[in-house]
Write a protein that binds this ligand. Structure first.
Ligand SMILES: *[C@@H]1O[C@H](CO)[C@@H](O)[C@H](O)[C@H]1NC(C)=O
Ligand SMILES: *[C@@H]1O[C@H](CO)[C@@H](O)[C@H](O)[C@H]1NC(C)=O
Ligand SMILES: *[C@@H]1O[C@H](CO)[C@@H](O)[C@H](O)[C@H]1NC(C)=O
Length: 366
């Protein structure tokens, strides 16, 4: 990335932070954390997959990605900011450096973002043993070893690392969506194999948290699974009949939402156990499912438009406006007039408006 746009990006974000602080910033005028370390997939990636060779130059590196907030594509899979951006802003922190964009301790003074678009919770070798092929060679175990490397870079002593972690916020964004959806899409929409992955994925999340607690992490936010059955991509690719196929109130695919809820129940049980084992750690659960499902069921109530299951950017029309031929960021795609009316930006990822709604709810609980 050229230096000038980078400086501009920082300047824009500083303006945004000041603006938020003046407006009361959801009650977080004072930074209570010196840095944020974040993990996850494209819902949290602020620039890694734009650098990783296998995903560099993907559709999300083209306009109209980034049009709402940054004014240009910036490695985020949205029209603007992600949940993690709103969180760091309201804490009064600059955006954490995408791991692949940094090298030295100075680059990571305000933390690091290890999230990579397309990342899976589970290792590619494990997925392969179940007949599942992942496309991006990054799993939670990569992100954990990157985290340990950065921490070592910041301070090589155990005491120093504990001090750093005591003033850091750890954000474990949603992870596992890719593992589940690879199985679902290639298994013709069946969920049996995906269900069998739940304990393994929750175990991989647990490993990240126990590793972080082991080096001194005290405050963690752990995001649950999104309502997968409300994703325009899955709705369009795996169309079904009426009846038990769809969640009646929302129009979402019931069995994918049930899979997400199964994941979330297992995740919450694991977090309860972790809290008991580590009473000194504050472990928050971010209920993405409840928040997004509420918006999808009653979009007007939360300031969104009447088509919460349609992608804003893309093409093909219909209730979901999703077709890979017109995928957002490809020449045939067009964006809707007002992305703030939409929940889904490109059929897979959320709009800045939806991300802001989720982030503010998370911040109220911090
Ligand atoms: C992630 O870890 C695996 C296994 O150690 C390795 O093969 C792969 O190259 C790593 N990915 C990246 C992007 O470093
Ligand atoms: C999915 O359906 C197609 C066409 O009906 C079939 O050829 C394929 O074997 C199925 N795949 C799986 C994993 O069931
Ligand atoms: C996607 O769009 C192409 C081109 O218009 C069309 O041929 C194809 O049938 C569409 N796919 C679906 C699933 O609607």
């Amino acid at each position: 990335m050229a230096l000038l746009p980078r400086l501009l990006l920082v300047a824009l974000l500083l303006v945004a932070v000041t603006g938020e602080a003046d407006a009361g910033g959801a009650g977080h005028g004072q930074a209570r954390y010196d840095r944020v370390f974040s993990f996850g997939d494209s819902l949290t990636d602020t620039g890694n997959s734009a650098i990783l060779p296998v995903t560099a130059g993907g559709p999300f590196t083209n306009p109209p990605y980034g049009q709402t907030h940054f004014g240009r594509p910036n490695g985020r899979a949205s029209d603007g900011r992600l949940v993690i951006d709103f969180i760091v802003e309201s804490l009064g922190l600059p955006p954490p450096t995408p791991y692949l964009a940094g090298k030295t301790a100075v680059d990571f003074l305000h933390g690091a973002n290890f999230a990579v678009g397309g990342a899976t919770a589970l290792d590619p070798a494990f997925l392969q043993s179940r007949g599942i092929t992942s496309f991006v060679p990054v799993s939670l175990s990569n992100q954990t070893s990157w985290f340990n490397g950065v921490l070592q870079l910041l301070d090589s002593t155990g005491n120093g690392q504990r001090k750093i972690m005591a003033s850091s916020l750890l954000y474990l964004g949603e992870i596992g969506f890719n593992d589940y959806s690879f199985v679902a899409v290639f298994g013709n929409g069946t969920v049996g194999l995906a269900q069998s992955l739940v304990p393994h994925i929750v175990g991989a999340i647990r490993s990240v948290l126990t590793d972080a607690i082991g080096v001194g992490a005290r405050t963690m936010v752990v995001a649950g699974m999104i309502p997968m059955g409300c994703e325009p991509e899955l709705l369009a690719l795996l169309p079904g009949g009426a009846g038990d196929y769809y969640d009646r109130a929302s129009g979402c695919i019931a069995r994918f939402n049930q899979l997400a809820q199964l994941h979330n129940r297992a995740l919450k049980r694991m977090l309860c156990q972790l809290r008991r084992d580590h009473p000194g750690a504050a472990i928050h659960y971010a209920d993405l499912y409840r928040l997004i499902a509420a918006v999808v069921s009653s979009p007007r109530k939360y300031g969104f438009g009447d088509m919460p299951l349609a992608a804003c950017c893309g093409g093909g029309g219909g209730p979901y406006n999703f077709n890979f031929t017109f995928f957002c960021g490809t020449p045939a795609a067009i964006a809707c007039a007002d992305p703030s009316e939409s929940v889904s930006w490109d059929g897979i990822h959320y709009t800045e408006a939806a991300n802001r709604f989720v982030a503010h709810a998370i911040l109220r609980g911090l």
